[in-house]
Design a protein around this ligand. Structure first.
Ligand code: SF4
Length: 228
């Protein structure tokens, strides 16, 4: 077991002790609906994304009806999520490609692929990056992928689990092989919660953090010396 593996295991253990083992985050939907949701999530917050998705679902209750919609209609339905024109085009283009390549609106064929190949397929769609592909792979298809958002990137940099220069995509690929089996969902959700509540971008609340004994940045900020 590498140092990163053992430290990540300890991070998971401490966060589960603090926050429990959450398992739900709103992405537990069919793979194709999740593809639409991930495209809607670009450059906006969860609340705006969810509002746009809800309006879209009301306007087009099934994927075939959505696929048959005009770009302007989709654009109108998702306006609250921002970048409506780009996202409407990306959604319709993804659905059209699935229909042409697979004869239907399905991503179930990904289940039989190696993780790296399934991710490469998803990121070949416009508007789908490594983070959103990993969300879909983890929450809709059960792959052991580890989505990294800005909270997870900040926390894992401070913990020195990834290099300071790591991007979202790079950090996800670096961390993925080290995530202990079976804790991908709770670890993902718990680090995000830690990032929102304690390991905030400014003024992290290190003295209250369950990861302080493992954290070089926390040691520096609290003057508590090198973490164990
Ligand atoms: Fe973030 Fe401080 Fe916790 Fe380290 S100890 S993870 S810097 S809040």
């Amino acid at each position: 077991m590498t140092d990163v593996s053992s430290r990540l295991r300890e991070v998971a253990r401490r966060l589960t002790r603090r926050y429990g083992k959450p398992g739900l985050c709103g992405h537990e939907t069919s793979p194709v609906e999740n593809l639409v949701l991930t495209i809607l999530s670009q450059n906006t917050n969860d609340a705006n994304r969810d509002r746009a998705f809800e309006t879209l679902r009301k306007r087009f209750p099934t994927i075939p009806r959505l696929a048959a919609a005009k770009p302007a209609e989709v654009e109108e339905a998702i306006r609250t999520g921002g970048l409506a024109k780009t996202k409407a085009a990306a959604i319709l283009s993804a659905l059209s490609r699935l229909s042409e390549e697979r004869g239907g609106y399905t991503l179930d064929f990904l289940r039989g692929m190696p993780l790296a190949d399934a991710r490469a397929y998803l990121t070949s769609f416009g508007g789908v990056g490594v983070k959103t592909a990993n969300i879909l792979l983890l929450f809709s298809l059960g792959f052991p992928a580890f989505p990294v958002d800005t909270h997870i990137l900040r926390v894992t940099k401070r913990l020195a689990l990834v290099p300071p220069s790591a991007t979202l995509a790079k950090a996800a690929l670096l961390l993925e092989p080290h995530v202990p089996a079976g804790v991908h969902v709770p670890l993902h959700l718990n680090i995000i919660r830690l990032g929102r509540e304690l390991c905030r971008p400014r003024n992290p609340l290190c003295p209250s953090c369950p990861l302080l004994p493992l954290c070089p940045e926390g040691a520096k900020r609290t003057g508590s010396g090198r973490p164990a």
